[in-house]
Design a protein around this ligand. Structure first.
Ligand code: AKB
Length: 318
């Protein structure tokens, strides 16, 4: 990786990934791709070039790839699961037509492509615990449908054209930098903001509903390490299960109470998000990622919670 285009650079993952790539690849150029209305600001804007990169505009992507001699594309453009249920056609347009544009531009220019998949690519007929790498994928949400299709299309471009496509199935991602927008797992971020502000948290996910989750530093490392992995070792490509922790709202609240003992939570379950969460695995088996490219998480619930609270206290102080 030398010259990299991050599409969706101002989102929850992109805003942090772009900055890390700029620091770790000082010899190259890391272009922050964004859509109008979500312009980069501050350090993200000042530390390198940025360009409007709408995945629905193939010519625009082709121009950026040519201008900066891009060799690697991180495609982080997506409507998350709860929003995709409200806007299924737009989700399809961004996730599928957008991906096709990216893969075509990558094919013409020899770029490697990372397009994340998700725990959302699984469905109610998938084994819920120790979800295998290769298993039933029959999701019932539009987000999940696009994620399975993303995996298949990315693998197709690899086998048909030799394109270097690789990716991971992200769990719910937790960070203190940029808020997620419209996912089923967002509660696991919002709960920390409420706790640090001293507010009661109203939880949209039911007690007893487990999902895989991951702290953002581990997720960013995974996104970089999979793209730098020795291709000769990769049996799989799109996409690898990666896991680090699994909890329900009760376990998360208990972990927060170890740091903030008077934290309070009550439930107002959102039926849309709860139904999606119920259809996802409780915990994935990530042994293929461990064996094929050395994946290992560094954070667990306790260390993540301590770090989230310390950093949110700094961020939210008046
Ligand atoms: C969502 O909740 O939609 C995402 C995901 C798990 O892919 N965070």
């Amino acid at each position: 990786m030398k010259n990299i285009l991050v599409i969706g650079s101002t989102g929850q993952i992109g805003s942090e990934l772009t900055m890390i790539l700029r620091k770790t690849h000082p010899e190259g150029t890391v272009v922050a791709g964004y859509i109008p209305g979500a312009e980069p600001k501050g350090e993200l804007l000042e530390s390198g070039p940025s360009e409007v990169a709408d995945v629905r505009n193939g010519q625009q992507l082709s121009d950026i790839v040519g201008k900066y001699r891009i060799d690697t594309i991180y495609n982080l453009a997506a409507l998350l699961s709860a929003v995709a249920e409200r806007k299924p056609l737009m989700a399809w347009d961004i996730q599928m037509n957008g991906l096709l544009n990216i893969l075509e531009v990558a094919r013409e220019n020899g770029c490697a492509v990372f397009t994340p998949s998700s725990i959302g690519s699984f469905g109610p007929s998938t084994p819920k615990t120790d979800t295998p790498q290769d298993t039933i994928q029959r999701p019932t949400s539009m987000y999940g449908v696009t994620k399975v299709a993303t995996e298949l299309l990315s693998d197709y471009y690899h086998s048909k054209y030799g394109l270097d496509t690789r990716s991971v199935r992200f769990p719910g991602l937790i960070s203190y930098t940029t808020l997620p927008g419209g996912g089923t797992t967002d509660y696991a971020v919002e709960i920390y903001y409420a706790a640090v502000k001293g507010e009661e948290f109203v939880c949209p996910i039911a007690a007893g509903t487990f999902m895989d989750m991951m702290y953002m530093p581990d997720a960013l490392r995974a996104a970089i390490e999979i793209m730098e992995a020795d291709p000769a070792r990769l049996i799989h490509r799109n996409s690898f299960n990666i896991a680090s922790m699994s909890f329900d709202p009760e376990i998360l609240a208990a972990a927060i109470r170890k740091e903030i003992p008077d934290f309070k939570m009550r439930y107002e379950v959102d039926p849309v998000r709860e139904a999606i969460a119920q259809s996802w695995p409780d915990r994935m088996d990530d042994s293929c990622a461990r064996a094929e490219w050395g994946w290992a998480p560094r954070y667990d619930l306790e260390t993540m919670t301590k770090d989230m609270i310390v950093n949110l206290k700094k961020k939210l102080q008046p």
